[in-house]
Write a protein that binds this ligand. Structure first.
Ligand code: NDP
Length: 467
């Protein structure tokens, strides 16, 4: 458990007025209820290939007999969005098996984190206290390759007919077949784990709480997360969940979709290959640059509650794989020229994204790095320096722009027949604009006048000279 100088809770509460985000308790509650449904509805829409609300009437049943509501369990069983395979077999045992699979996957990633060789890296000062830094086990990149190697090598299953163990990649087919059920149980498990973390944040006297997650409102704090860096010994829940089960799981879901397409068509289409490569690079990059996450807002500022836990474990793998799932049944047959254009746009996005994030990370780690000596900066009263040239002199959030361009290309490989794959570009646009506003606010609190000076030197947020 985290032991260090605790911020007295009462002191936080006593602060003049708590600054709520995400629409306060009501917004946080609605988001908590709505996002899981969005995951399941998107899984359905990416399968049928279009925006479709027919499932609503099916799940509510015969509306002419509205005095006879269906029991909750029956709604789940008959609902193509919640549990499409529940009618195939005993639904309780199916969902239990899916839950066991999800837990086993999580524990497998924990084992890799615990036992693979690692680099021990110090995180940022906890809440600005330079004497208090947490140590992280950095081996996510190795865990990524070990997982892919094991999946590629497949694993043995008992073949009763042949009375021997045979090697198979059947688990990948299972991922595709039970995609929705896996999403459903992952959502439930995320909610349970978030509840556990919330309750645990009240145990002991020395928890370090996130400023933004200690409002005293149960629903709001459950959503944002009370404890800043919940840990069991050296195991850091937040850093682990941010990068491993969800991100690597997303890659496996994508591969499962490619495998499914291959089993139906006998080949894998250009779009499916590209979406797997694009997403694979994104995840690989995040894990290769694992230490860079230690300076991000998620790790340094936000508590670990439903927002991040559900986001990491359910939202990311099951909505970010939406394009691959869509392509299984709805490939747009894009021409080689179109695919080449999309690749070029993706490379542009990646260069901006990686260039900007890499430059800031290198500068934050060693501001006197000779390789960065050509860059200008603003010395702030807080002690840290803000880059005013290079990528960070072009626009204050140019890294977001690169990320969004890449996200757009993920959608474009799906063609233009359906709006469903474009959900990601729209959602990510909203997320990045909202995130940039949050970060701008936090920086103005951190840096005061210096932040205003930086904004006058670098006036644009996303696109140099435009916006
Ligand atoms: P940033 O990497 O933009 O980090 C913001 C922090 O950087 C600021 O709080 C400040 O912290 C520091 N900073 C700001 N301006 C400067 C400057 N000029 N010079 C030096 N330091 C500066 O934010 P995020 O953590 O939000 O994003 C990291 C990446 O993750 C982005 O590329 C984003 O697109 C991506 N992302 C992806 C998501 C997804 O779901 N795919 C979700 C969220 C993010 P300080 O000064 O205290 O160091």
């Amino acid at each position: 458990m985290t032991v260090a100088t605790a911020v007295p809770r009462q002191q936080n509460r006593a602060a003049a007025a708590f600054e709520y985000e995400f629409g306060g308790p009501i917004g946080a509650t609605l988001t908590t209820l709505a996002l899981p449904l969005v995951v399941l509805v998107l899984a359905h829409w990416s399968d049928v290939g279009r925006v479709d609300f027919a499932f609503l009437s099916a799940s509510l049943g015969d509306t002419t007999n509205s005095h006879d509501p269906k029991p909750f369990w029956q709604i789940i069983r008959q609902n193509s969005v919640l549990c499409p395979r529940c009618n195939d077999s005993d639904s309780v045992s199916l969902l239990l098996r899916c839950a066991l699979g999800v837990v086993a996957w999580f524990l497998f990633q924990v084992l890799l984190e615990r036992f693979l060789p690692c680099e021990l890296v110090q995180g940022s000062p906890v809440k600005g206290d330079a004497k208090n830094r947490l140590t992280y086990r950095i081996n996510g990149h190795l865990a990524f390759w070990v997982t892919l190697l094991l999946v590629h090598a497949a694993w043995p299953v008992w073949d009763a007919n042949a009375a021997l163990y045979q090697f198979t990649t059947a688990p990948l087919a299972t991922l595709y077949k039970y995609y929705t059920e896996l999403a459903f149980v992952t959502i439930l498990l995320s909610a349970m784990a978030s509840t556990g973390l919330y309750l645990d944040s009240f145990r002991g006297q020395h928890k370090i709480l996130a400023d933004g997650g200690d409002s005293g409102n149960v629903l709001y704090d459950f959503f944002i997360g009370r404890e800043l860096n919940p840990r069991i010994g050296t195991f850091d829940w937040k850093e682990f969940c941010e990068l491993r089960p969800g991100l690597i799981g997303w890659v496996l879901l994508n591969i499962a979709c490619a495998k499914q397409q291959y089993s139906v068509l006998g080949y894998v289409t250009g779009s499916m290959i590209l979406v797997n490569v694009f997403h694979g690079i994104y995840v690989w990059d995040a894990l290769y640059q694992e230490r860079a996450i230690l300076t991000t807002m998620d790790i340094t500022t936000d508590g670990f509650g439903f927002m991040l836990l559900f986001g990491d474990l359910a939202w990311v793998p099951f909505t970010y794989s939406l394009q691959a799932r869509y392509l299984v049944k709805h490939d747009p047959n894009l021409s080689a020229v179109a695919l080449a254009g999309i690749v070029a746009l993706h490379i542009l996005g990646y260069l901006i994204f990686r260039g900007a994030n890499g430059q800031k990370d290198a500068f934050r780690r060693n501001p006197t790095d000779p390789a960065l000596s050509h860059l200008t900066f603003l010395q702030t009263k807080r002690g840290t320096k803000l880059l005013t040239s290079g990528w960070w002199g072009m626009a204050r959030k140019i890294n977001y722009t690169g990320d969004w361009i890449m996200g757009l290309t993920w959608c474009m490989v799906c063609g233009f027949d359906s709006a469903v794959p474009y959900f990601y570009a729209v959602y990510f646009f909203i997320l990045l604009v909202h995130r940039s506003i949050r970060d701008d606010h936090m920086c103005s609190v951190k840096y005061g006048d210096d932040w205003e000076t930086y904004k006058s030197i670098v006036p644009h947020r996303f696109v140099p000279g435009v916006v």
